[in-house]
Design a protein. Sequence first.
Length: 144
Amino acid sequence: MPERELRHATFEDVDDVYALMCELKQAEFDRDAFYTGFNANLQDRNLHYQLALLDGDVVGMISLHLQFHLHHANWIGEIQELVVMPGARGSKVGSLLLAWAEETAREAGAEMTELSTSTKRLDAHRFYQREGYAPSHVRFTKAL
C-alpha cells in the first residue's frame, strides 16, 4: 500500500499545483497569471491549500475558502477545487482531502462545507454523494 500523506501547499509547489489545475479543467492556463494568483492566494488567511502525496509524489489538492455568509450569519467552508490525478484515483486521497477540509472548517467555526462541480462530472457527483454531500443548490454562471 502506498504511503499517503497530506501537507500544506507553498509557493514552491506552484508547478505541481499548476499541473493539478490543468488536470481539473482539462485546459492550460497562462502560467504568469496563474503563478501571480497562486502567490496572492497564499497570503489570504481565509484560503487554504492542502496537497495529497502518495509515496512522496504530489497527486492531489484541495482548496478551502472560509467565508462569513450573511445569509447564514455564520462561517461557511467552500471547497473551490478538489482534484486527484487519474493514476491516484481510488487510493482514498480524495476522501482524505475532503476530511481535512471539513475538519479545518469545523475548527474555524464553520457550520458547513459546500462545493460546486460541473454537471458533466458524473463520477465526481457519485464521489461527493458517497462522502455525504447532497445536491442542494443550482449555480448559474455567465461568462464575462
